[in-house]
Design a protein around this ligand. Sequence first.
Ligand code: AMP
Length: 286
Amino acid sequence: MIVARTRTSLHEARARLRGPVGAVPTMGALHAGHLALLRAARRREHSVIATLFVNQTQFNDPSDYAAYPRDEAADLAGFETSGVDLVFAPSVEEMYPDGFGTSIDPGPIGADLEGARRPGHFAGVATVVAKLFNLTRPTRAYLGQKDWQQTRVIDRMVQDLNLPTDLVIVPTVRDADGLALSSRNVRLSAEQRQAALSLSRGLSLAHDAWDDDERSPQALADLVKATVQAEPLATLGYAEVRHALTLEPIAAAEPPLVIAVAAEIGGVGLIDNVVLGNGLLDEIAP
Ligand code: AMP
């Protein structure tokens, strides 16, 4: 495995990779969710590039950036055992040299839900992902369902800017009790972690209600809201039922749809979702 820290060394190592090439962008603090993306890429691609960069421009809250867990040695070990060929782990200066000024505005798809909760977040995401795609030139990029709106923002950008990369969306990996894995989970106390289970529990209740033919977006969203709001330690951000691809409000809860929830627990922002619809997620079994 080659670790490139500069654009020049990445360029040299990338030129030696044989295609198809899969890219897995990460901010490190690897958990089983990241490993599922790496596994999906390893299975399908000839070569796999992982990127490791905690991108400050997508953090609207400086204290969240400061508190973001970092463990480069463990991350590199995780990439190595996942069969990654090339890691791009640039410095901030390498990604944002003096004079850097361009920003990609993903438009309406990034404006509400997480975009409203975290102003500027998706411009930061779109800009860094465009840079990482241009630098790594992947055939396919592997993204996690957990950040569903992020997948829609990147999909929009890939289409709008004619980027030659296809996206593969890997289903959310959860702990045994249902909590969606997130690098931020390590910042939760045991009690806060219990409260965090209200997100996946609320989504399960809504999913069950949908299975029982509930088709009112409001009624489904209200089930999630009530579950999260019943937790004194949780502050609900939003719970919404939307069209899975456009993220627009829908009159009836018919697929493709996403039920998305966000909450803050002990100062930690958490999100989760359920996606209903065929062909939206990578279906190759791990
Ligand atoms: P991050 O390091 O948080 O930027 O995440 C890197 C990639 O891993 C993103 O595409 C995330 O959506 C994905 N990811 C994060 N958590 C999970 C999870 N629990 N299951 C699947 N993918 C995930």
